[in-house]
Ligand binder design. Structure first.
Ligand code: DX5
Ligand code: ZN
Length: 229
């Protein structure tokens, strides 16, 4: 996994058919996804439950790009090794999920994965200021985490501040929540390079009719890249 700031589209399989993850993952990759975003929820840190390490290990067999695992769980530390063993390329933990995010990021890298740190909409950019040398990715939530298909909360100013704070460091800025062709341009322009999208990728398609996934991915990418031109 080499570092670049090109726009990357990361479909969230939270919007996929939960009875058919293998084919859904292969369908979005065939249709141009750069990464596959996996949302892990515990019914405690967020008010929804999705899947744990055995399911993530099963997804891994179908991912040929980058498996980006977003942990919305508290505590995080007891599960890091299990998600690393499940094959996560990137493991992202929330600043708000515990008192020791610095230690958590060290543990993620220690387990052999890239380390991501996520910020809820109410958390300022400055919360990661002293973590940037320990992180490979900062995830800016543009919804309150827990569900797909929520209304976008504009965090463009936060992205701009983060981009300035990151400077030359090889740290991705990822946006998660309500990304579509109308919201992507301002985020790309502010410095985001990874755009997670659930409902805006999976809408209109299915595993047996996956062309709409490709149209949706291309529409988000084109809108973001146009803002950089
Ligand atoms: C929200 C998840 C997101 C979600 C995004 O808690 O972290 O990854 O799937 O879904 P959309 O793109 O539909 O807002
Ligand atoms: Zn997510």
């Amino acid at each position: 996994m080499s570092f670049d700031r090109k726009i990357k589209i990361a479909p969230s399989i939270l919007s996929a058919d939960f009875a058919d993850f293998g084919r859904e993952i292969r369908a979005v990759e065939d249709q141009g996804a750069d990464w596959v975003h996996v949302d892990v929820m515990d019914g405690h840190f967020v008010p929804n439950i999705t899947f744990g390490p055995p399911a993530v290990a099963a997804f891994r067999k179908h991912v040929s790009t980058v498996m980006d695992v977003h942990l919305m769980i508290a505590p995080v530390d007891p599960y890091i090794d299990a998600f690393a063993k499940a094959g996560a390329d990137i493991i992202t933990a929330h600043v708000e999920a515990g008192p020791h995010i610095h230690r958590t990021l060290q543990a993620i890298r220690g387990a052999g994965a890239r380390a991501g740190v996520a910020l809820n909409p109410g958390t300022p950019a400055e919360a990661v200021e002293h973590l940037l040398d320990l992180a490979d990715l900062v995830c800016v939530m543009t919804v309150n985490p827990g569900f797909g298909g929520q209304k976008f909360i504009d965090m463009t100013d936060k992205v701009r501040r983060l981009r300035a704070m990151i400077g030359d460091r090889p740290v991705h800025i990822e946006i998660d929540g309500g990304v579509d062709p109308t919201t992507a341009p301002r985020l790309a322009e502010a410095g985001a390079d990874v755009l997670v999208a659930g409902s805006a990728v999976f809408r209109g398609g299915s595993v047996s009719n996956s062309a709409p996934y490709g149209e949706n991915i291309r529409a988000i990418r084109a809108a973001a890249e146009a803002a950089l031109a």
